[in-house]
Design a protein. Structure first.
Length: 720
């Protein structure tokens, strides 16, 4: 064979080998790509904000109320907020040479390969970087393919991030048992505290969990395994010089106090109320996965006290067919919700305890009356305006006449506004509404915060007795107007929201004065209503001088309300700093039995809560505006007392008036009037027989109805 042919033959053989090699390389690369590289995630996802993070809801003092998450309870915190003991403990037990080697630890890999090849067992030899990649980018399957992916991604991760960044991401993304991912979630789950507040002993226990979170969990079937692992971690720390022997022994002996309930929710009705607000405003995905930190207005000690009082007092009411109660506490000047007890027990499935009654539509009974009388004051009536309280019926075209009765089933003759409101007498309230007009009351109620009174055509005169449904939230807003001298301040359950990066996305800074709110009624009107509701003598006829509506050594404005069908029982009272609303009843709307004007039901709960809130607090009396004056009036007619020396001098009392609404006419005393001798009372129009002219004390009320005060009236009728 010629030399040239030999050279050509050799060339073709080399070319063939090259092509065979190239094909093999391509095949191997294809296989490698298909099984390894094709679906390999990018390591930049480790620090991506798209990684789901739990949102947390706190009270105003930083107490964690609840953690919201879709699948993982995971809250990211910076490395500086993770205690050094927890960092060192994790390194000591998981990867003692973390800061000295690269993406992989060759000695650890060697041990793992030996176990795989000779023992047919998959064994960990992973660095912290590898574990981070496995936990956050790959599936937990234990296969060689996954291991190769893990190593490739670990090298890429080490190239992109510093060691401190990797440690931070690991401690925030490692599994610690159940739904707890990351040390912050673990600290709250097991110890009910922030990671930065963990002791050495607690940090060591948490650091040991990622190896086998379920098996080693102190909440698992073998809690002793957690202690064994904790001791191992502490010994590793001592061996590697992170702590000394005394610290180790002290930490081992320390008694660990675990949180009693995992994934505990505090103030559940309030938390879910806030969660609903957040989801409506920001969307479910951001709330469940966006790592929001929500500081609320709730005061947890006040909340827990109110919860205890509600549960304790409801237990005393079983004989009255009462199964539930609710309470709302606010700061009326700022609108902050300090406590929300939606039922006596959120977890009471028998009585639908998860229903939040503070949000539910219920009838307010007489607790709505102050708004009606406020309208009367705006229209020029005054706290001394007299009302005749006797049997009366109001025409109701197309229906039976409306004949209201008083709660006690009696008639009380002539009652001035102060005492009509203080004693919650129904007939004067209905007359007041008749004079005001439904449209005016609904307009004022709406301006004050009642959102449920829409169409005047739906209601009648019974609206002032609780004939329209309201929510406790709305009632708290409306009563807050009285506390704030006429300014409406809407409720604010959320004080501050920050996103996962710590950026403030919403903040409410409570003002020092309610003046920032919207003025919806005159300050003079708010003052007089508040003064009446704080006047213990003005309600003495109905409630006695020492009722549950009185708070010793304090001036508190308060009103009760019970519906005519005994399904809803309220007490709402306030100072400038605190407003407490209480409802008692049954979620199924069944009737209660034996309750009297709120004193047996809601008032004791209200009294205990308000007494606690006002303990050692200075007295906050309603502040009298400049356009409010005080004048003497007759206790009979509400008119000016006649001049000294004249006949018919009346007993007097002092009353507050808005300038211009004070009475201008002197009380006339006894007057000549025709009396029907058969009934010893005023003669009805048109009657001329069996009558005589007498001198009697006659009072004409705001509606024009007259009443003979000195006539011998029969015994009061009693309610059947």
């Amino acid at each position: 064979m010629k030399k040239s042919e030999k050279i050509l033959s050799t060339f073709y053989k080399l070319l063939l080998k090259f092509w065979i090699f190239a094909v093999l390389v391509l095949v191997l690369f294809g296989v490698f790509y298909f099984f390894i590289l094709r679906d390999l995630p990018l390591p930049t996802k480790l620090s991506s904000p798209t990684i789901p993070q739990s949102s947390q809801i706190f009270d105003r003092n930083g107490n964690l109320l609840y953690t919201i998450y879709a699948q993982k309870n995971q809250t990211f915190i910076p490395l500086k907020d993770i205690p050094k003991n927890l960092q060192n403990a994790s390194i000591a037990i998981e990867d003692k040479d973390f800061y000295r080697h690269g993406a992989i630890d060759l000695r650890g890999i060697t041990r793992a390969l030996y176990s795989i090849v000779f023992r047919k067992e998959l064994q960990g030899g992973s660095t912290i970087t590898q574990q981070l990649v496995k936990n956050s980018l790959l599936t937990p399957e234990r296969t060689i393919t996954r291991k190769v992916k893990e190593i490739i991604l670990s090298f890429a991760t080490e190239a992109l991030y510093s060691k401190n960044q990797i440690l931070e991401m690991y401690l925030n993304q490692a599994p610690y048992g159940g739904t707890a991912w990351g040390v912050e979630a673990a600290a709250h789950t097991y110890f009910g505290k922030h990671a930065k507040d963990l002791t050495l002993s607690e940090a060591a226990l948490i650091a040991g969990l990622p190896e086998s979170p379920t098996t080693l969990s102190p909440f698992g079937s073998h809690p002793e395994f957690a202690k064994t692992r904790q001791v191992e971690v502490l010994r590793k720390m001592e061996q590697q010089g992170y702590i000394n022997k005394d610290q180790m022994e002290k930490a081992i002996k320390e008694e660990l106090r675990f949180q009693k309930v995992s994934d505990e929710i505090k103030a559940p009705h309030f938390v879910l109320y806030v969660k609903g607000i957040l989801e409506e405003k920001y969307g479910e995905q951001l709330v469940e996965q966006g790592g929001l930190k929500v500081i609320t207005s709730l005061d947890l000690p006040i909340q827990e006290f109110a919860q205890d009082i509600v549960a304790t007092e409801v237990a005393k009411l079983k004989g009255y067919n009462v199964s539930n109660a609710a309470s709302l506490i606010t700061n009326p000047a700022t609108g902050e919700i300090l406590a929300m007890v939606g039922s006596k027990d959120y977890f009471d499935t028998k009585n639908d305890g998860n229903v939040n009654v503070t949000l539910a539509l219920r009838q307010p009974g007489s607790s709505i009356k102050p708004i009606n009388y406020a309208v009367g004051l705006i229209k020029g009536y005054n706290a001394a305006t007299p009302f005749v309280d006797q049997k009366i019926c109001f025409p109701n075209p197309g229906h039976e006449a409306y004949c209201p009765v008083n709660y006690d089933g009696k008639w009380h003759g002539v009652v001035q506004m102060r005492y009509a409101l203080g004693n919650s007498i129904n007939i004067p309230a209905v007359k007041m509404l008749k004079l005001n007009g439904l449209e005016s009351m609904i307009a004022t109620a709406s301006a004050m915060g009642i959102t449920t009174f829409k169409d005047p055509n739906r209601y009648g005169l019974s609206l002032t007795l609780g004939g329209g449904e309201v929510t406790m939230l709305d009632m708290a807003t409306a009563y807050g107007v009285f506390a704030n001298n006429g300014y409406r301040v809407d409720l604010h359950p959320i004080l501050k929201i920050t996103n996962a990066k710590g950026k403030v996305i919403e903040e409410y800074k409570p003002p020092s004065s309610p003046i920032f709110g919207k003025k919806v009624i005159p300050s003079s009107v708010a003052f007089i209503i508040s003064d009446i509701l704080s006047d213990n003598s003005a309600r003495e006829m109905a409630f006695g001088s020492n009722s549950e509506l009185k708070i010793d050594n304090q001036v508190v404005s308060v009103k009760t309300g019970t519906t005519n069908d005994y399904r809803d029982n309220w007490t709402i009272g306030y100072t400038k700093s605190f407003l407490t609303a209480v409802w008692v009843g049954n979620n199924n709307n069944s009737q209660m039995t034996g309750l009297v004007s709120g004193i047996t039901g809601a008032a004791p709960i209200w009294n205990r809560i308000m007494t606690n809130l006002l303990k050692d607090k200075p007295v906050e009396s309603p502040q009298k505006p400049d356009d409010v004056i005080q004048k003497a009036v007759c206790t009979t007619s509400g008119l000016i007392p006649p001049p000294d020396g004249t006949s018919g001098r009346c007993p007097i009392r002092f009353e507050y008036f808005i300038k211009g609404t004070e009475p201008k006419i002197a009380d006339p005393g006894r007057q000549k009037i025709w009396i029907d001798k058969s009934i010893n009372d005023l003669t009805k129009q048109g009657k001329t027989d069996n009558v005589e002219l007498r001198e009697e004390v006659i009072v004409k009320d705001a509606t024009g109805e007259s009443y003979c005060l000195t006539c011998p009236h029969p015994e009061p009728e009693k309610k059947e």
